[in-house]
Design a binder for this molecule. Structure first.
Ligand SMILES: [Zn+2]
Length: 309
């Protein structure tokens, strides 16, 4: 019989605490992404050496390095030389925090009800997560947040370098495939799910096939759209969510880019150089957080309809 703890189920503010911690974790990763994006194009190591003010060179103190808050308390200026610090840094930290908090709210607080293979966990509350160690749910949440933040990092590198260079994309994709093969419930559903064996009954092979198919379709979709939707972002998504998500994100991103290009042309404004990745991140976040389960349920109905059952 599973261990239950009513005092934890009704622990006041457990959900808010979980989402707040997720925001803090995401903002901290965002702070590291700022360092990576600043240093990589300059040929510097992102992991060695303390952060310093680019104008006066003085090391940034630990208390000033707190994500978002550090910039706000300094009012956007260096403590030593008063040089302005770009608002991009706290914005990236806040964006990463918000993406992670949104994924945590949907997947952890929601008990996995938006996830296709973990739908049975809904309604059990946050206690299941904290006391029983619901690893597929935790890994799924971490994986999905990490993918969105990786896409954001690639987009920011595009701002620095002028073209969308997906640094370490092969390593990231292989890493995602390994994670979903080890924890199949956190991964994509089958390539062609049918009513009788959905979710796949004998992991890890169906998961591996579904993940590799997602990568392949992502790379192909990137080429077919002529780079309008970035191939390595789609391949990374496909590795975690499968080919169905690649189709939805490709269509969604193309639509957003079509509208923004039309609006930009009407107002005579040139698109921002970092723009390629932003619509994909928005669409991918929406798919992961809101529509992942409905998309796959709809697909299952299509398959059943085509199979005549
Ligand atoms: Zn300074």
């Amino acid at each position: 019989m599973p261990f239950t703890a009513p005092w934890i189920v009704h622990f006041p503010g457990a959900e808010i605490a979980t989402v707040t911690l997720a925001f803090a974790w995401g903002a901290t990763v965002g702070s590291f992404i700022n360092v990576v994006v600043h240093r990589l194009p300059r040929g510097e190591s992102p992991v060695s050496g303390r952060s310093h003010c680019p104008k006066c060179g003085s090391a940034i103190r630990a208390r000033d390095n707190v994500p978002v808050l550090g910039w706000l308390l300094l009012r956007g200026r260096c403590r030593d030389c008063d040089a302005a610090i770009s608002p991009r840094y706290p914005l990236v930290e806040a964006a990463c925090g918000a993406l992670t908090a949104a994924v945590a709210a949907a997947e952890l607080v929601g008990g996995g009800r938006w996830l296709p293979l973990l739908a049975d966990a809904s309604g059990r509350g946050i206690d299941r997560l904290l006391l029983l160690g619901d690893w597929p749910l935790l890994i799924s949440c971490g994986l999905h947040a990490a993918i969105l933040m990786t896409m954001l990092a690639w987009s920011l590198l595009a701002v620095e370098c002028g073209s969308l260079a997906c640094r370490g994309s092969a390593a990231a994709i292989v890493g995602v495939i390994l994670v979903v093969v080890v924890t199949p419930l956190a991964g994509p559903v089958g390539v062609l799910p049918d009513g009788g064996s959905w979710p796949p009954s004998s992991p890890p092979w169906p998961t591996l096939v579904a993940s590799v198919a997602g990568v392949a379709l992502g790379a192909v979709a990137g080429r077919l759209t002529g780079g309008v939707v970035d191939g390595c972002c789609l391949a990374l998504l496909g590795a975690a969510l499968g080919w169905q998500a690649v189709v939805v994100v490709t269509v969604g991103t193309s639509a957003i880019r079509w509208v923004t290009t039309a609006v930009g042309a009407a107002s005579n404004r040139r698109p921002h150089p970092g723009a390629p990745g932003i619509p994909a991140i928005v669409t991918a976040a929406a798919v992961q957080i809101l529509c992942w389960h409905p998309i796959l349920t709809a697909w299952r109905h299509v398959i059943r309809f085509m199979g005549g059952s």
